[in-house]
Design a protein around this ligand. Structure first.
Ligand code: FAD
Ligand code: MLT
Ligand code: ZN
Length: 483
């Protein structure tokens, strides 16, 4: 494990759990929803990357908003710190305790409340797993406006709390646009009902936005209302190779113009990312053999006219081959081939995990500068560790990962603060879509001004004066004084 508690000190103002607390929770939730069993706690204390590990002695599984409210009211009065947890797929150490915080996991709140076929508005509980919502909507002829590799485990409440971006943001925009309302329980147990289903509502401040991307630091999201697009009949996926990064950028510009309204994803990976996937994931093969290319792109189009859309994409690919922007390419002939292309792109995080230790950076950087950072990092690291780059090129979002067999402070010192300083120099974001969590709570000033962060701290104090909600995360500890 990477060091965790080493980064911060336990706030002594927080109480320690006692037998009376357990009895109280058993009283409201029932014994089986009060988890003290070592094995389950071990899983809930450990993040997806197995990099961050807490030592919580208790996980609570509420089944309703009312139960979440009772839990928080009690924890607030006792000054017991808590960590809201969804699918625990977060990548910044935000979803697991740092010390002995009580884990409140939303997985038992997984009901779909309503779906309106005319408007496409879905209302559901926060613990619904993204893949289950995708399957439910598929039956109704709709899709979720977001999709990500962690869909099998992540929950919509977790997606909203991290403002997850993912593979479809290019087309459907961020959750700040598609989430129409939500219900959240505040630190003192009060229930904030802003579960609207309106597209337009300008009555005062739009408070739902505070909870989108606040990583469980301002309240626990319990219900969600989200606008879902109709499922269109023609989806095409192409897997392409480019000789250099400049061609990738030019292809993106072209794709936006020539594919226009049907473009639904524009993802990239470099050759190191491809090598890693081929090496570590079973059954994955490079669709563009035999030579190794420097860059690969996955382009998806989604539209309503099967023959037109396909023709459009084919013409685009042909032109790009002729003018040399792509050196090779293949268009998926069926849904299985399309899934195999997506598997390459979505499988990269898993392949990195199998390769050993991984230092993950999730950056927004102007597209034309993006790969310069990767090359500079390669130069800094030499043979000590591998850089692996991929991401949502269409959104200006680079995932720069450094992979080595083991964690090593010398490698870390080569990466940080260099990567943050570089990003800040180009006014980029040190967290494009994963959030700050524990990993980057102290780095926020690379992307936000002091005044902005102070206002954030005031909002945190207003909503959670005893700072029981996900302590040590998101904002620097020095700005907040608890209990
Ligand atoms: P968790 O990991 O459990 O929690 C994440 C944060 O949200 C924590 O701070 C937690 O305290 C808080 N939280 C969770 N539920 C609630 C709630 N109901 N109320 C309040 N706070 C809550 N992210 C992207 O943006 N784009 C991607 O493409 C993407 N791909 C991924 C692929 C893989 C393979 C993996 C492992 C992760 C990926 N992620 C991606 C990161 C992660 O999946 C997302 O951040 C996801 O949205 C987290 O959801 P979760 O339910 O697992 O939340
Ligand atoms: C992705 O786009 O694959 C995710 O954000 C996960 C990651 O960055 O590794
Ligand atoms: Zn991503």
């Amino acid at each position: 494990y990477g060091s965790m508690a080493g980064l911060v000190k336990r706030n002594p103002a927080f109480s320690e759990l006692n037998a009376e607390d357990i009895r109280y929770f058993e009283g409201i939730l029932g014994e089986k929803n009060v988890i003290q069993d070592d094995e389950r706690l071990m899983t809930a204390n450990t993040d997806w990357m197995r990099k961050y590990k807490g030592s919580s002695k208790l996980m609570l599984l509420p089944k309703s908003t009312e139960e979440v409210s009772q839990i928080l009211k009690y924890c607030n009065s006792r000054c017991l710190a808590v960590v809201p947890q969804g699918g625990n797929t977060g990548l910044v150490g935000g979803s697991v305790p740092v010390f002995d915080e009580v884990i409140i996991n939303l997985s038992s709140m997984n009901n779909i409340i309503s779906f309106d076929k005319v408007s496409g508005i879905l209302v559901c509980e926060a613990g619904c797993i993204l893949e289950n919502l995708i399957a439910f909507l598929d039956n109704e002829g709709f899709i979720m406006p977001l999709d990500l590799g962690a869909k099998g485990s992540c929950q919509i409440g977790g997606n909203i709390s991290t403002n997850a971006g993912g593979l479809r943001l290019l087309r459907y925009g961020s959750l700040h646009g598609t989430v129409l309302g939500l219900e959240a329980v505040l630190a003192n147990g009060n229930v904030l009902d802003i579960l609207g289903t309106l597209r337009k509502d300008n009555t005062g401040y739009d408070l739902k936005h505070l909870f989108i991307g606040s990583e469980g630091s301002l309240g626990i999201v319990t219900k969600v209302s989200i606008l879902t697009p109709p499922k269109l009949s023609s989806v095409n996926v192409a897997f392409l190779a480019c000789k250099d990064y400049d061609s990738c950028q030019r292809l993106l510009q072209d794709a936006k113009r020539k594919l226009g309204e049907i473009l639904s994803a524009f993802e990239f990976l470099d050759s190191q990312a491809m090598d890693l996937v081929l090496h570590h994931l079973e059954g994955v093969r490079n669709p563009l053999p035999p030579s190794r290319h420097n860059f690969y792109l996955l382009i998806e189009t989604t539209g309503s006219d099967e023959s037109n859309d396909k023709q459009k994409l084919e013409a685009f690919l042909l032109r790009s081959l002729e003018n040399g922007l792509i050196s090779d390419g293949v268009l998926a002939q069926d849904i299985n081939q399309a899934s195999s292309f997506w598997r390459i792109r979505e499988g990269i995080p898993e392949a990195l995990l199998k390769a050993g230790a991984v230092y993950k950076y999730d950056l927004s950087i102007p597209v034309e500068k993006m790969y310069n950072l990767v090359e500079e990092m390669q130069d800094r690291l030499g043979n000590v560790a591998k850089t692996v780059a991929y991401g949502h090129l269409g959104d200006g979002n680079l995932h720069l990962n450094v992979s080595s067999p083991q964690y090593d402070d010398k490698i870390l010192a080569q990466i940080e603060p260099f990567v943050y300083e570089w990003t800040s120099k180009y006014r980029g974001s040190i967290s494009a879509e994963h959030g700050l969590g524990l990993m980057k709570a102290n780095e926020i000033l690379y992307s936000k001004s002091v005044e902005t962060v102070q206002l954030m701290a005031s909002i945190k104090k207003l909503l959670d004066p005893r700072e029981i909600l996900n302590p040590y995360k998101v904002l620097p500890q020095s700005l907040i004084s608890a209990c």
